[in-house]
Design a protein around this ligand. Structure first.
Ligand code: AMP
Length: 119
């Protein structure tokens, strides 16, 4: 496992192909895989290859990986053919937002009409 990974982290294990997942996109900096409990017809999680706990842990050094994640999300939205209907990219941070995995991830959701504000 790379030194930038956390041996106890389930998403680091997915990035390392140590546990199975449906990976749909993979680069040196970003991994994207289908959520096992999908909340929309398209529900993909995008994560940095390196272990970053959440958005509060972002530093000036993380600008490129954040850009890579957003770029990958737009690419996947086109690949999933949800780009015309619309899509949402969201990252839950902390207990009030319902964060349950402490490796930074963005949910790419689409394929159905979504309401606002979220619950
Ligand atoms: P959050 O609650 O925002 O931290 O999101 C964590 C997401 O990870 C949830 O939507 C879970 O369904 C998803 N999840 C947890 N374990 C796995 C896994 N092994 N493979 C894919 N998705 C997972």
């Amino acid at each position: 496992m790379s030194p930038d990974r956390d041996t106890e982290c389930i998403f680091c294990k997915i990035a390392d192909h140590e546990i199975p997942s449906e990976i749909v996109h993979e680069t040196d900096t970003v991994v994207a895989f289908r959520d096992t409990n999908p909340q929309a017809p398209t529900h993909i999680l995008l994560i940095p290859q390196d272990h970053i706990e959440d958005l509060t842990a972002i530093t000036d050094d993380h600008g490129q990986v954040l850009a890579d994640i957003v770029h990958a999300a737009a690419h996947l939205a086109r690949a999933e053919e949800i780009d015309e209907g619309g899509w949402r990219l969201v990252s839950n941070v902390g207990p009030d937002a319902g964060q349950s995995v402490f490796h930074l991830h963005f949910h790419l959701l689409g394929g159905r009409k979504m309401s606002w504000p979220p619950g």
